[in-house]
Design a protein around this ligand. Structure first.
Ligand SMILES: [Zn+2]
Length: 455
């Protein structure tokens, strides 16, 4: 079922094996090219004495995301053209910080002229400025040296995303043609579960759950769970998630969480993903109630409460004073998230609060965030923010003893204890959505039963 949800390219979905593999790269140089595969095929065939196209030949416009890898037919034999007759060599280079594609090609011995033409062609399918540090560029050079002593550039490839490769290939006409390949990936289910020993995040990683899945898992439960107070050693977690698997069986990327369950003491919260007909998705408990509450109790990821709400001796002023919010200790620079959807009311310096943001969520509730090192870009009065959106970064501005977030919930303008604020679940599924959700939930529950209970 989850297999059907993965719908790759609408552009050009040629299903090929992982073409970063040099064996296929060489073959590809001849046959690829957006929209002009047919022309190239024709060209190659005219160059070849015998034009064989077996039944397994790739169909240029095939929209075949579910077929197994297609192996290139015999016609890929190189024509008696000087460039193709040569024995191409493959080379790879890593992008370092501040690098550009033309600088990389220069280092690899590609002439300026070839670099310019190939990059110009590549731009049709890929923006070279999106290359990041650590990305790999693969090039293919002919073995016959040109005047400058280097081989001719036959093609280059970069990974566009976890499931797409962009590249150019020198065609028989002498031009570079751009192409994009969608990797033939399948979706499988990954599962990770265990008991909490040190921290939910660390223990999850130890169980082999990908970092991004763990991050999403913690965010899912931040509506219900106060990670400082509610989590104890021995508590249990269980998560089921999509993962994209390469044709050789290796996991390329972790996808969405399908099911997440957290048991704290005697209380278990299980959340299931539900996709609406418009493609949006959200998480609901076994009753079909949304996990999204009106406001987050913990507006920063995995933070620790360092000072609760109530009367205390003020660390700087020295006398007993009401602490009208909750302090979360976190390293300077930790992102602070909007506790709920709303509109920014204040943003800027606010006396002892230092850099301060206040958000109005509805006619009753506002939230305030103080002592920021920096307010996020675009967070100005009047701007609409979404729950979970980063609005600033933890700091120690104003009257503060060290980096922390001072967080307040204001009810009708008066600070209240965030712990005491109890929100009703925002949304309950109904009608068709509820029917589909129940089917999905049963499917997941059966899968969980079949593969072993939590813990
Ligand atoms: Zn405080």
């Amino acid at each position: 079922m989850s297999e059907q949800r993965y719908n790759p390219s609408r552009l050009l979905s040629r299903t090929l094996p992982d073409v970063l593999n040099p064996r296929f790269f060489k073959a590809l140089l001849i046959v690829v090219g957006i929209g002009c595969s047919i022309a190239i095929y024709g060209l190659i065939n005219s160059y070849l004495d015998q034009s064989e196209t077996g039944p397994e030949a790739t169909s240029p416009s095939a929209n075949t995301q579910t077929t197994p890898p297609v192996f290139l037919p015999k016609m890929v034999r190189l024509p008696a053209d000087p460039l193709a007759a040569s024995n191409p060599t493959e080379a790879e280079a890593q992008i370092s910080s501040g690098d550009t594609l033309s600088a990389v090609l220069d280092r690899m011995g590609v002439s300026n002229e070839e670099a310019f033409r190939s990059i110009t062609a590549l731009r049709k399918v890929y923006d070279p400025r999106s290359l990041k540090k650590g990305d790999t560029v693969t090039i293919s050079l002919s073995s016959d040296a040109t005047d400058d002593g280097n081989g001719r550039l036959l093609g280059l490839q970069v990974a566009k995303s976890f499931d797409r490769i962009a590249g150019v290939a020198l065609t028989l006409s002498g031009d570079f043609e751009a192409y994009e390949i969608v990797k033939s990936l399948t979706v499988s289910r990954g599962r990770g579960r265990g008991n909490i020993k040190t921290s939910l995040f660390e223990d999850g990683i130890k169980e082999g759950i990908p970092t991004r899945v763990m991050g999403a898992f913690i965010r899912l439960f931040s509506f219900d769970i106060d990670f400082q107070r509610d989590i104890k050693p021995g508590d249990k977690f269980d998560v089921l998630f999509d993962q994209y698997v390469d044709y050789d069986g290796s996991v390329v990327q972790a996808g969405d969480i399908l099911y997440a369950s957290l048991t704290t003491g005697k209380r278990t919260i299980s959340l299931y993903r539900h996709e609406f007909s418009d493609g949006q998705s959200s998480y609901f408990n076994d009753q079909g109630r949304s996990n999204r509450k009106a406001l987050l109790k913990t507006p920063i990821d995995g933070a620790r409460i360092s000072s609760g709400f109530g009367r205390r001796k003020h660390p700087i002023l020295g006398y007993s004073k009401m602490h009208a919010g909750v302090d979360f200790a976190a390293p300077s620079g930790t992102p602070i998230r909007a506790a709920g959807d709303g509109v920014v009311k204040r943003s800027g310096w606010n006396g002892g609060y230092g850099r301060y943001v206040r958000i109005r969520h509805n006619s009753i509730y506002q939230t305030a965030y103080a002592h920021m090192r920096r307010i996020a870009k675009g967070i100005r009065p009047g701007v609409r923010v979404q729950q979970g959106q980063v609005i600033g970064y933890v700091g120690s501005s104003g009257r503060s003893t060290g980096p922390h977030l001072h967080y307040e919930i204001l009810k009708q303008g008066k600070q209240v204890n965030p712990r005491k604020v109890n929100f009703q679940s925002a949304e309950k599924l109904a009608g068709d959505d509820l029917k589909r959700f129940n089917l999905f939930r049963n499917n997941i529950d059966n899968f969980i039963k079949a593969s072993g209970q939590t813990g």
